[in-house]
Design a protein around this ligand. Structure first.
Ligand SMILES: Cc1cc2nc3c(=O)[nH]c(=O)nc-3n(C[C@H](O)[C@H](O)[C@H](O)COP(=O)(O)O)c2cc1C
Length: 339
């Protein structure tokens, strides 16, 4: 365990602050990347990749739910459509120490659609409400929803309004809204994150219509200025691809939005701390590449970024490679020229 009791206690006593959150991203926001983001921000709420509730109940629970206490505050995102199974999974998440459980009502993939969960659940708000009510009855931690603004031809604001009203009526107080429609036929998940236009205005309107709800906006947020603009209209923002694509950009989050003193972590210290983490994991059956891959974007947009990426990519899979490859990659960089 890397953290002390007072750190944990702080997040058990204070309400969760969702002003700036890290989005759930399958294959990206694994425990190693979350640790890396926690080195960048001590406060932003981190979300796991989606885990199906059936996997929590019947799969390798330790592997799926394992996290470091340093990651807290941490939300587990669940997929599923069975209220009882979701309730059991939520209970397990709470017992493991997660700070929140979130229900995925936004994933448009074929696999998810054929399992009748994810974004297609927006068509059955009553069922989503039943899931939320069952989960809430099983836990004391917050239960939240992440949804789209609509699906397929249901692209009008009334659809989003009715969905929210029904699910809020079942007890949900926090809605994280990806401000795009999802097309369940004809677009891949990747296309569904780019092609349907962003419609922030619908999310702002939702907040105006439901001022008592906490509304967190998501989609296309890539600069501090956008955060500021959005925080004047909704309660929080969630950042996905720009967090993965350029994690170090967000080094001032705590100072800007969580009232912390301005102590910007240098790239050097950041890499040193993450290297210490990598070292602490060796011997735990963790592949080096699974941790080092999250460093590949660290110098994005800076001189030498390509050399950094190439060196790490070429070396992280080598049989006897260890954390020293990160030090060697750092030696290639001229830090004085980097912002
Ligand atoms: C690789 C990848 C995997 C994703 N996996 C999930 C997921 O497991 N659950 C989920 O709710 N959203 C998932 N998303 C969607 C993001 O959470 C977010 O809604 C979307 O990327 C839009 O935000 P952004 O423009 O800030 O990236 C994923 C996105 C990406 C890029």
């Amino acid at each position: 365990m890397l953290t002390n009791a007072s750190w944990l206690l702080r997040f058990m006593v204070e309400p969760l602050n969702r002003k700036v959150c890290l989005a759930p991203m399958m294959d990206y926001t694994d425990r190693h990347f979350r640790y890396l983001m926690r080195l960048i921000s001590k406060n932003m709420l981190l979300y796991t990749e989606m885990v199906h509730c059936g996997a929590v109940l019947h799969g390798n629970r330790y592997r799926l739910l394992q996290f470091d206490n340093f990651e807290i505050p941490l939300a587990l995102q669940l997929g599923g459509n069975d209220p009882q199974a979701l309730a059991l999974a939520a209970r397990i998440a709470q017992d493991c120490g997660y700070s929140e459980v979130n229900l995925n009502v936004g994933c448009p993939s074929d696999r998810v659609k054929s399992g009748q969960f994810g974004a297609c659940l927006m068509a059955t708000p009553g069922l989503v409400g039943d899931c939320i009510a069952a989960m809430q009855a099983a836990v004391d931690i917050p239960v939240t929803v992440k949804n789209r603004i609509g699906i397929d031809k249901h692209a009008d604001y009334e659809f989003l309004y009715r969905f929210t009203k029904t699910v809020a009526g079942a007890g949900c107080k926090t809605f994280i809204v990806h401000a795009r429609n999802a097309w369940l036929n004809g677009l891949s998940p990747k296309e569904n994150r780019n092609i349907p236009p962003l419609e922030y205005e619908k999310v702002y309107r939702l907040k105006r219509d439901f001022p008592e709800l906490e509304v967190v906006i998501n989609g296309g947020i890539s600069e501090y200025e956008q955060i500021e603009e959005n925080l004047s209209k909704v309660d929080g923002v969630m950042i996905g691809r720009k967090a993965y694509g350029d994690p170090y950009y967000w080094k001032d989050i705590d100072n800007r939005y969580f009232g912390s003193e301005k102590v910007t972590i240098s790239r050097q210290l950041f890499v040193k701390q993450y290297s210490t983490y990598i070292q602490s994991q060796s011997g735990n059956d963790v592949y080096l590449k699974h941790m080092v891959r999250h460093l590949l974007n660290l110098f994005n947009g800076q001189p030498g970024a390509r050399a950094w990426r190439r060196f790490l990519s070429e070396n992280m899979c080598k049989k006897n490679a260890g954390v020293e490859i990160v030090e060697q990659a750092m030696e290639l960089m001229n830090l004085e020229k980097c912002a």
